[in-house]
Write a protein that binds this ligand. Sequence first.
Ligand code: DC
Length: 221
Amino acid sequence: MKQVAIAVDGPAGAGKSSISKVVAKELGLVYIDTGAMYRAAALYAIKHSIPITEPALIPHLDEIEIELKNQGEVQQVLLNGEDVTGKIREPEVSMGASTIATIPAVRLKLVDLQRDMAKKCSVIMDGRDIGTYVLPDADVKIYLTASIEERAKRRFLEMQEKGMECDMETLREDIRKRDEQDSGRAFAPLRRAEDAIFLDSTDMTFDEVVATMIGYIQKIR
Ligand code: DC
């Protein structure tokens, strides 16, 4: 079967990762979570008390080594060999990732890694700039979104399930701020690619979104 690349972009909390993971499993694709890479880079800065600004970070870029390892159903994120899969999900890291992602030198380093991964096998890659910048020739591009209310609600339920403390208002505000920063940056901002399929999942169930995406991908396979 021919090698394919599927690009999934959209705002924070739209369900890109959880949906893409299931689609990957169903279709035998390798799932690549590019947000995890920005999160790992931000965690490095936070751990070493490096301000997340271009002049402060550039001298440290070569110290940051990020690897994504697929271990069965779980994608392990390694930062300089250390498993940081859980740590990168903390709220402080989310905002740090959005800020570090505005720095072009950081993006260029991570985009190189992402393109290398997509060369090796069939992938479904999720992020903000996959269809517009990382893989402009992707076979299928999907822009997955939902209303901010719905995205905040889903995040809230997800965190409650994990036993993490949270409140709706704070979650909604974090999502809003990240979307604003991610779509407002100068270099490779969050945008729907002109040739991306727009998929609004506000009134859809998880399974409906999975089935719809699989339908789009099967058309080209
Ligand atoms: O997908 P996520 O929420 O884990 O991503 C965390 C942040 O990383 C997001 O707010 C913006 C940034 N990011 C990016 O700029 N480009 C990508 N391809 C993926 C993520």
